[in-house]
Design a protein around this ligand. Sequence first.
Ligand SMILES: *[C@@H]1O[C@H](CO)[C@@H](O)[C@H](O)[C@H]1NC(C)=O
Length: 427
Amino acid sequence: MMPSTIYKLHFILLVHTIVLLAVNAAPESQSLSCWLVEDIPGTETKPRSIQHTPVLIQFTDASGLTHTSPLTADPDTLILYVFDPSGKLSPDFTSCEITHHLPQETSLDWARSLTEEKRSPPSLGKTWYTVAARNEQDGRGVSFVLGPLGDKKDHFSVSLAVYSVSTIHAQLGKPLTIPCGMWRGHQPRFAVEWRHRAMGLGSLLYAYDGWKDKVEEHVPNCHLNFSALHSDGDASLLIENVDTSLEGTLLCTGYLPYLRAQREIQMVVTGKPQVTLQPSPLFARPGEEVTLTCDVSHFHPLEISVDFFVQLSGEPHPTLLSGSSLSAHTHNQDGTYSITAYQYMVASSDLNGARYICKVNHVSAPKGISASRTLKVAGVSAPSLEDIMYLFLTALVLYGTLSYLRRKAISLFGNQPDLKPQKNKSE
Ligand SMILES: *[C@@H]1O[C@H](CO)[C@@H](O)[C@H](O)[C@H]1NC(C)=O
Protein backbone atom coordinates (compact mmCIF):
# COMPACT_ATOMS: atom_id res chain seq x y z
CA MET A 1 0.00 0.00 0.00
CA MET A 2 1.24 3.46 -0.87
CA PRO A 3 2.14 5.51 2.17
CA SER A 4 -0.08 8.34 0.93
CA THR A 5 -3.08 5.97 0.80
CA ILE A 6 -2.48 4.84 4.38
CA TYR A 7 -2.25 8.44 5.38
CA LYS A 8 -5.58 9.21 3.67
CA LEU A 9 -7.28 6.23 5.35
CA HIS A 10 -6.07 7.43 8.71
CA PHE A 11 -7.40 10.84 8.01
CA ILE A 12 -10.83 9.47 6.97
CA LEU A 13 -10.98 7.33 10.13
CA LEU A 14 -10.09 10.32 12.24
CA VAL A 15 -12.85 12.42 10.64
CA HIS A 16 -15.36 9.62 11.22
CA THR A 17 -14.37 9.36 14.85
CA ILE A 18 -14.74 13.09 15.37
CA VAL A 19 -18.16 13.10 13.68
CA LEU A 20 -19.36 10.14 15.78
CA LEU A 21 -18.11 11.76 18.97
CA ALA A 22 -19.78 15.04 18.06
CA VAL A 23 -23.12 13.31 17.40
CA ASN A 24 -22.98 11.43 20.70
CA ALA A 25 -21.66 14.26 22.81
CA ALA A 26 -24.16 16.88 21.68
CA PRO A 27 -27.58 15.32 21.21
CA GLU A 28 -30.12 17.78 19.86
CA SER A 29 -32.47 19.33 22.33
CA GLN A 30 -34.26 16.40 23.99
CA SER A 31 -37.25 18.21 25.33
CA LEU A 32 -40.52 19.67 24.17
CA SER A 33 -42.42 22.65 25.56
CA CYS A 34 -46.14 22.16 26.07
CA TRP A 35 -49.12 23.60 27.90
CA LEU A 36 -51.20 21.63 30.34
CA VAL A 37 -54.80 22.71 29.86
CA GLU A 38 -57.11 22.00 32.80
CA ASP A 39 -60.72 22.72 33.41
CA ILE A 40 -60.98 24.16 36.92
CA PRO A 41 -64.51 23.71 38.28
CA GLY A 42 -66.12 26.76 39.78
CA THR A 43 -66.47 27.28 43.52
CA GLU A 44 -68.71 29.57 45.54
CA THR A 45 -66.16 32.35 45.28
CA LYS A 46 -64.61 31.62 41.87
CA PRO A 47 -66.27 30.87 38.51
CA ARG A 48 -65.26 27.88 36.41
CA SER A 49 -62.07 28.55 34.44
CA ILE A 50 -59.50 27.06 32.10
CA GLN A 51 -56.01 26.93 33.56
CA HIS A 52 -52.86 26.85 31.42
CA THR A 53 -49.66 25.55 33.02
CA PRO A 54 -46.32 25.48 31.19
CA VAL A 55 -44.91 21.96 30.88
CA LEU A 56 -41.54 20.72 29.76
CA ILE A 57 -41.46 17.17 28.45
CA GLN A 58 -37.99 15.75 29.03
CA PHE A 59 -37.26 12.69 26.88
CA THR A 60 -35.84 9.71 28.78
CA ASP A 61 -34.91 6.12 28.07
CA ALA A 62 -36.87 3.08 29.28
CA SER A 63 -35.32 3.30 32.77
CA GLY A 64 -36.25 6.95 33.11
CA LEU A 65 -32.73 8.29 32.62
CA THR A 66 -32.14 11.46 30.65
CA HIS A 67 -29.14 12.03 28.40
CA THR A 68 -28.91 15.76 28.70
CA SER A 69 -27.86 17.94 31.56
CA PRO A 70 -30.52 18.62 34.21
CA LEU A 71 -33.09 21.12 33.08
CA THR A 72 -33.20 24.60 34.42
CA ALA A 73 -36.82 25.52 34.03
CA ASP A 74 -38.53 28.19 36.06
CA PRO A 75 -40.30 26.88 39.18
CA ASP A 76 -43.83 27.28 37.73
CA THR A 77 -43.05 24.83 34.94
CA LEU A 78 -44.17 21.26 35.37
CA ILE A 79 -41.52 18.78 34.22
CA LEU A 80 -42.63 15.41 32.85
CA TYR A 81 -40.05 12.71 32.11
CA VAL A 82 -41.32 10.71 29.15
CA PHE A 83 -40.06 7.49 27.60
CA ASP A 84 -41.24 7.20 24.00
CA PRO A 85 -40.99 3.69 22.50
CA SER A 86 -43.14 4.82 19.53
CA GLY A 87 -40.41 7.14 18.24
CA LYS A 88 -43.06 9.70 17.32
CA LEU A 89 -42.31 12.23 20.06
CA SER A 90 -39.98 14.85 18.67
CA PRO A 91 -38.57 18.19 19.82
CA ASP A 92 -39.57 19.82 16.53
CA PHE A 93 -43.28 20.06 17.29
CA THR A 94 -44.32 23.69 17.17
CA SER A 95 -47.47 23.31 19.21
CA CYS A 96 -48.21 20.93 22.06
CA GLU A 97 -51.14 20.68 24.40
CA ILE A 98 -51.58 18.30 27.31
CA THR A 99 -54.84 17.30 28.93
CA HIS A 100 -55.71 14.73 31.59
CA HIS A 101 -56.71 11.37 30.18
CA LEU A 102 -59.30 9.34 32.01
CA PRO A 103 -58.89 5.64 31.19
CA GLN A 104 -62.31 4.07 30.81
CA GLU A 105 -64.24 1.27 29.18
CA THR A 106 -65.85 2.08 25.84
CA SER A 107 -69.35 0.91 25.10
CA LEU A 108 -68.88 1.06 21.32
CA ASP A 109 -69.42 -2.31 19.60
CA TRP A 110 -65.98 -2.32 17.99
CA ALA A 111 -64.11 -1.57 21.22
CA ARG A 112 -66.07 -3.74 23.66
CA SER A 113 -63.93 -6.85 23.12
CA LEU A 114 -60.85 -4.92 24.24
CA THR A 115 -62.00 -4.87 27.85
CA GLU A 116 -63.98 -8.13 27.98
CA GLU A 117 -61.42 -9.64 30.38
CA LYS A 118 -62.53 -7.17 33.05
CA ARG A 119 -59.04 -7.15 34.51
CA SER A 120 -58.10 -3.52 34.66
CA PRO A 121 -54.48 -2.94 35.61
CA PRO A 122 -53.91 -0.95 38.82
CA SER A 123 -51.91 1.64 36.88
CA LEU A 124 -55.20 2.90 35.46
CA GLY A 125 -55.84 4.62 38.79
CA LYS A 126 -52.74 6.79 38.43
CA THR A 127 -52.32 9.97 36.39
CA TRP A 128 -52.65 9.66 32.60
CA TYR A 129 -52.26 12.38 30.01
CA THR A 130 -53.15 12.99 26.38
CA VAL A 131 -50.58 14.98 24.42
CA ALA A 132 -51.67 16.60 21.16
CA ALA A 133 -48.57 17.80 19.31
CA ARG A 134 -48.24 19.34 15.86
CA ASN A 135 -45.60 20.61 13.53
CA GLU A 136 -47.12 23.59 11.76
CA GLN A 137 -44.45 23.57 9.04
CA ASP A 138 -45.07 20.12 7.59
CA GLY A 139 -48.54 19.53 9.04
CA ARG A 140 -47.53 16.40 10.95
CA GLY A 141 -49.54 15.76 14.08
CA VAL A 142 -49.54 13.11 16.78
CA SER A 143 -51.88 12.33 19.61
CA PHE A 144 -50.20 10.42 22.46
CA VAL A 145 -51.53 8.73 25.56
CA LEU A 146 -49.00 8.86 28.39
CA GLY A 147 -49.22 6.30 31.16
CA PRO A 148 -47.21 5.82 34.36
CA LEU A 149 -43.63 4.56 34.09
CA GLY A 150 -42.39 2.91 37.28
CA ASP A 151 -43.29 4.40 40.62
CA LYS A 152 -42.14 7.99 40.19
CA LYS A 153 -45.05 10.40 39.84
CA ASP A 154 -43.44 12.52 37.11
CA HIS A 155 -42.24 9.62 34.91
CA PHE A 156 -44.37 8.48 32.00
CA SER A 157 -44.28 6.20 29.00
CA VAL A 158 -46.10 6.50 25.67
CA SER A 159 -48.82 3.81 25.66
CA LEU A 160 -50.58 4.71 22.43
CA ALA A 161 -49.85 7.10 19.58
CA VAL A 162 -52.05 8.02 16.61
CA TYR A 163 -50.39 10.13 13.96
CA SER A 164 -51.30 11.72 10.65
CA VAL A 165 -51.07 14.83 8.53
CA SER A 166 -53.41 17.68 9.50
CA THR A 167 -54.79 18.71 6.10
CA ILE A 168 -55.44 16.87 2.86
CA HIS A 169 -56.31 18.25 -0.55
CA ALA A 170 -58.16 15.52 -2.42
CA GLN A 171 -59.10 15.55 -6.07
CA LEU A 172 -62.70 14.94 -6.95
CA GLY A 173 -63.33 11.59 -8.64
CA LYS A 174 -59.89 10.18 -7.81
CA PRO A 175 -58.97 7.39 -5.39
CA LEU A 176 -57.39 8.60 -2.15
CA THR A 177 -55.47 7.30 0.84
CA ILE A 178 -56.02 9.28 4.02
CA PRO A 179 -52.93 8.50 6.08
CA CYS A 180 -53.22 7.58 9.73
CA GLY A 181 -50.82 5.48 11.77
CA MET A 182 -51.32 3.84 15.12
CA TRP A 183 -48.50 2.79 17.45
CA ARG A 184 -49.69 0.38 20.15
CA GLY A 185 -46.57 -1.42 21.35
CA HIS A 186 -47.26 -5.15 21.67
CA GLN A 187 -50.90 -4.75 22.61
CA PRO A 188 -52.93 -7.25 20.52
CA ARG A 189 -56.27 -5.82 21.63
CA PHE A 190 -57.01 -2.73 19.56
CA ALA A 191 -59.67 -1.13 17.39
CA VAL A 192 -59.72 1.53 14.70
CA GLU A 193 -62.51 3.92 13.87
CA TRP A 194 -62.91 6.53 11.13
CA ARG A 195 -65.55 9.24 11.35
CA HIS A 196 -66.54 12.18 9.24
CA ARG A 197 -67.79 15.48 10.62
CA ALA A 198 -69.07 18.48 8.72
CA MET A 199 -71.27 21.37 9.79
CA GLY A 200 -72.14 19.77 13.11
CA LEU A 201 -73.15 16.44 11.57
CA GLY A 202 -71.13 13.31 12.17
CA SER A 203 -71.16 9.92 10.50
CA LEU A 204 -69.27 6.68 10.94
CA LEU A 205 -67.18 5.63 7.92
CA TYR A 206 -65.34 2.60 9.24
CA ALA A 207 -65.08 0.58 12.46
CA TYR A 208 -62.76 -2.37 12.85
CA ASP A 209 -62.13 -4.60 15.86
CA GLY A 210 -58.49 -5.70 15.47
CA TRP A 211 -58.67 -8.24 18.31
CA LYS A 212 -61.62 -10.11 16.76
CA ASP A 213 -60.46 -9.17 13.23
CA LYS A 214 -63.96 -7.99 12.45
CA VAL A 215 -65.26 -5.07 10.41
CA GLU A 216 -68.17 -3.77 12.46
CA GLU A 217 -69.24 -0.93 10.18
CA HIS A 218 -68.17 0.49 6.87
CA VAL A 219 -69.53 2.59 4.03
CA PRO A 220 -69.13 1.00 0.55
CA ASN A 221 -66.52 3.44 -0.76
CA CYS A 222 -64.02 2.95 2.14
CA HIS A 223 -61.48 0.25 2.99
CA LEU A 224 -58.58 -0.54 5.31
CA ASN A 225 -55.47 -2.57 4.48
CA PHE A 226 -55.65 -5.15 7.28
CA SER A 227 -52.21 -6.66 6.72
CA ALA A 228 -50.62 -3.20 6.84
CA LEU A 229 -52.66 -2.37 9.94
CA HIS A 230 -51.66 -5.52 11.86
CA SER A 231 -48.00 -5.47 10.81
CA ASP A 232 -47.14 -1.74 10.76
CA GLY A 233 -50.09 -0.05 12.47
CA ASP A 234 -51.05 1.56 9.15
CA ALA A 235 -54.69 2.51 9.72
CA SER A 236 -54.97 4.68 6.59
CA LEU A 237 -58.42 4.91 5.09
CA LEU A 238 -58.55 3.96 1.41
CA ILE A 239 -61.25 5.73 -0.55
CA GLU A 240 -62.20 4.45 -4.00
CA ASN A 241 -63.62 7.65 -5.37
CA VAL A 242 -63.52 11.08 -3.73
CA ASP A 243 -66.76 13.04 -3.76
CA THR A 244 -67.66 16.39 -2.23
CA SER A 245 -69.43 14.79 0.74
CA LEU A 246 -65.98 14.04 2.21
CA GLU A 247 -65.31 17.75 2.70
CA GLY A 248 -64.96 18.58 6.37
CA THR A 249 -63.08 16.83 9.17
CA LEU A 250 -62.05 13.19 9.28
CA LEU A 251 -61.34 11.65 12.66
CA CYS A 252 -59.00 8.70 12.95
CA THR A 253 -59.32 7.07 16.37
CA GLY A 254 -57.22 4.26 17.82
CA TYR A 255 -58.49 2.25 20.79
CA LEU A 256 -56.58 0.12 23.27
CA PRO A 257 -58.15 -1.37 26.40
CA TYR A 258 -59.39 1.65 28.44
CA LEU A 259 -57.45 4.12 26.23
CA ARG A 260 -58.11 6.07 23.08
CA ALA A 261 -56.25 8.61 20.94
CA GLN A 262 -57.60 10.59 18.03
CA ARG A 263 -56.32 12.72 15.16
CA GLU A 264 -58.37 15.25 13.21
CA ILE A 265 -57.65 15.66 9.51
CA GLN A 266 -59.11 18.55 7.55
CA MET A 267 -60.28 17.48 4.11
CA VAL A 268 -60.46 19.92 1.23
CA VAL A 269 -62.01 18.35 -1.85
CA THR A 270 -60.90 20.10 -5.00
CA GLY A 271 -62.48 19.78 -8.43
CA LYS A 272 -60.73 21.37 -11.39
CA PRO A 273 -63.03 23.53 -13.54
CA GLN A 274 -63.58 23.16 -17.27
CA VAL A 275 -63.11 26.54 -18.91
CA THR A 276 -64.52 27.50 -22.31
CA LEU A 277 -64.50 30.90 -23.98
CA GLN A 278 -67.28 31.89 -26.41
CA PRO A 279 -68.04 33.01 -29.08
CA SER A 280 -66.04 30.58 -31.11
CA PRO A 281 -64.76 31.43 -33.64
CA LEU A 282 -64.39 35.07 -32.63
CA PHE A 283 -65.31 37.12 -35.73
CA ALA A 284 -66.66 40.66 -35.70
CA ARG A 285 -67.20 43.66 -37.95
CA PRO A 286 -65.52 46.96 -37.02
CA GLY A 287 -67.72 48.75 -34.49
CA GLU A 288 -69.59 45.56 -33.53
CA GLU A 289 -70.29 45.04 -29.81
CA VAL A 290 -69.18 41.65 -28.59
CA THR A 291 -69.69 39.98 -25.22
CA LEU A 292 -67.07 37.38 -24.41
CA THR A 293 -68.55 34.57 -22.31
CA CYS A 294 -66.32 32.43 -20.16
CA ASP A 295 -68.01 29.30 -18.80
CA VAL A 296 -66.31 27.87 -15.75
CA SER A 297 -67.95 24.62 -14.73
CA HIS A 298 -67.78 21.78 -12.18
CA PHE A 299 -65.28 23.16 -9.71
CA HIS A 300 -64.94 22.80 -5.96
CA PRO A 301 -64.63 24.58 -3.54
CA LEU A 302 -66.54 27.73 -4.45
CA GLU A 303 -63.75 30.32 -4.00
CA ILE A 304 -62.66 31.29 -7.51
CA SER A 305 -61.60 34.32 -9.52
CA VAL A 306 -62.04 34.88 -13.26
CA ASP A 307 -60.14 37.56 -15.19
CA PHE A 308 -60.07 38.59 -18.82
CA PHE A 309 -56.88 39.64 -20.58
CA VAL A 310 -56.09 40.91 -24.06
CA GLN A 311 -52.83 40.51 -25.93
CA LEU A 312 -52.67 42.66 -29.07
CA SER A 313 -50.77 41.11 -31.94
CA GLY A 314 -47.11 41.97 -31.54
CA GLU A 315 -47.40 42.70 -27.81
CA PRO A 316 -45.22 40.55 -25.55
CA HIS A 317 -47.62 40.30 -22.57
CA PRO A 318 -51.36 40.18 -22.05
CA THR A 319 -53.04 43.14 -20.30
CA LEU A 320 -55.78 42.76 -17.69
CA LEU A 321 -59.17 44.02 -18.90
CA SER A 322 -61.47 45.86 -16.54
CA GLY A 323 -65.25 45.79 -16.34
CA SER A 324 -65.91 42.07 -16.41
CA SER A 325 -68.95 40.70 -14.63
CA LEU A 326 -69.76 37.39 -12.98
CA SER A 327 -73.04 35.43 -12.94
CA ALA A 328 -74.47 33.93 -9.76
CA HIS A 329 -73.04 30.44 -9.22
CA THR A 330 -75.05 27.30 -9.79
CA HIS A 331 -74.72 24.30 -7.49
CA ASN A 332 -74.51 21.09 -9.50
CA GLN A 333 -75.95 17.75 -8.44
CA ASP A 334 -72.48 16.29 -7.74
CA GLY A 335 -71.75 19.06 -5.23
CA THR A 336 -69.58 21.10 -7.61
CA TYR A 337 -70.19 24.69 -8.74
CA SER A 338 -70.44 26.45 -12.11
CA ILE A 339 -70.21 30.13 -12.92
CA THR A 340 -70.08 32.36 -16.01
CA ALA A 341 -68.00 35.50 -16.50
CA TYR A 342 -68.69 38.17 -19.12
CA GLN A 343 -66.50 40.76 -20.78
CA TYR A 344 -67.90 43.39 -23.09
CA MET A 345 -65.84 44.90 -25.91
CA VAL A 346 -66.21 46.80 -29.19
CA ALA A 347 -64.35 45.40 -32.17
CA SER A 348 -62.17 47.76 -34.16
CA SER A 349 -59.70 47.26 -36.94
CA ASP A 350 -56.66 47.70 -34.65
CA LEU A 351 -57.94 44.82 -32.48
CA ASN A 352 -57.64 42.43 -35.40
CA GLY A 353 -55.45 39.47 -34.40
CA ALA A 354 -55.74 40.26 -30.67
CA ARG A 355 -55.85 37.26 -28.36
CA TYR A 356 -58.58 37.35 -25.68
CA ILE A 357 -57.86 35.24 -22.64
CA CYS A 358 -60.11 34.10 -19.82
CA LYS A 359 -57.97 33.11 -16.82
CA VAL A 360 -59.34 31.21 -13.83
CA ASN A 361 -57.57 31.06 -10.49
CA HIS A 362 -58.64 28.18 -8.27
CA VAL A 363 -57.07 26.05 -5.54
CA SER A 364 -57.29 22.98 -7.84
CA ALA A 365 -54.87 24.50 -10.37
CA PRO A 366 -51.87 26.32 -8.88
CA LYS A 367 -50.88 27.83 -12.24
CA GLY A 368 -54.39 28.84 -13.21
CA ILE A 369 -56.48 27.62 -16.15
CA SER A 370 -56.95 29.65 -19.30
CA ALA A 371 -58.98 29.58 -22.47
CA SER A 372 -58.32 31.98 -25.33
CA ARG A 373 -59.64 33.09 -28.74
CA THR A 374 -58.10 35.26 -31.44
CA LEU A 375 -60.28 38.07 -32.75
CA LYS A 376 -60.69 38.40 -36.51
CA VAL A 377 -62.12 41.72 -37.59
CA ALA A 378 -63.80 41.58 -40.99
CA GLY A 379 -62.32 43.53 -43.86
CA VAL A 380 -58.94 44.18 -42.26
CA SER A 381 -56.69 41.27 -42.74
CA ALA A 382 -54.64 40.57 -45.82
CA PRO A 383 -55.29 36.99 -46.82
CA SER A 384 -53.53 34.69 -44.41
CA LEU A 385 -52.01 31.35 -45.28
CA GLU A 386 -55.21 29.65 -44.13
CA ASP A 387 -57.28 31.93 -46.32
CA ILE A 388 -55.05 31.22 -49.31
CA MET A 389 -55.34 27.49 -48.73
CA TYR A 390 -59.08 27.85 -48.40
CA LEU A 391 -59.29 29.77 -51.66
CA PHE A 392 -57.09 27.19 -53.34
CA LEU A 393 -59.27 24.33 -52.10
CA THR A 394 -62.42 26.15 -53.24
CA ALA A 395 -60.90 26.66 -56.67
CA LEU A 396 -59.95 22.99 -56.83
CA VAL A 397 -63.42 21.80 -55.90
CA LEU A 398 -64.96 24.26 -58.37
CA TYR A 399 -62.66 23.02 -61.10
CA GLY A 400 -63.52 19.38 -60.32
CA THR A 401 -67.25 20.09 -60.34
CA LEU A 402 -67.09 22.02 -63.58
CA SER A 403 -65.05 19.40 -65.38
CA TYR A 404 -67.45 16.69 -64.16
CA LEU A 405 -70.42 18.69 -65.42
CA ARG A 406 -68.64 19.23 -68.67
CA ARG A 407 -68.08 15.50 -69.15
CA LYS A 408 -71.67 14.78 -68.14
CA ALA A 409 -72.88 17.34 -70.72
CA ILE A 410 -70.71 15.80 -73.39
CA SER A 411 -71.93 12.29 -72.60
CA LEU A 412 -75.56 13.39 -72.68
CA PHE A 413 -75.54 15.68 -75.65
CA GLY A 414 -72.43 14.86 -77.54
CA ASN A 415 -71.93 11.57 -79.43
CA GLN A 416 -68.47 10.54 -78.47
CA PRO A 417 -68.43 6.70 -78.59
CA ASP A 418 -65.30 6.26 -76.43
CA LEU A 419 -66.98 7.79 -73.35
CA LYS A 420 -70.07 5.57 -73.21
CA PRO A 421 -68.50 2.18 -72.37
CA GLN A 422 -66.26 3.81 -69.77
CA LYS A 423 -69.29 5.14 -67.98
CA ASN A 424 -71.00 1.73 -68.01
CA LYS A 425 -67.95 0.07 -66.61
CA SER A 426 -67.95 2.33 -63.62
CA GLU A 427 -71.60 1.61 -62.83
C1 LIG B 1 -51.36 -3.47 2.00
O1 LIG B 1 -50.16 -3.15 2.67
C2 LIG B 1 -49.04 -3.92 2.29
C3 LIG B 1 -47.88 -3.48 3.11
O2 LIG B 1 -48.08 -3.78 4.44
C4 LIG B 1 -48.76 -3.73 0.82
O3 LIG B 1 -47.70 -4.55 0.42
C5 LIG B 1 -50.01 -4.04 0.01
O4 LIG B 1 -49.78 -3.73 -1.32
C6 LIG B 1 -51.19 -3.24 0.53
N1 LIG B 1 -52.38 -3.65 -0.18
C7 LIG B 1 -53.15 -2.79 -0.84
C8 LIG B 1 -54.37 -3.38 -1.48
O5 LIG B 1 -52.92 -1.61 -0.88
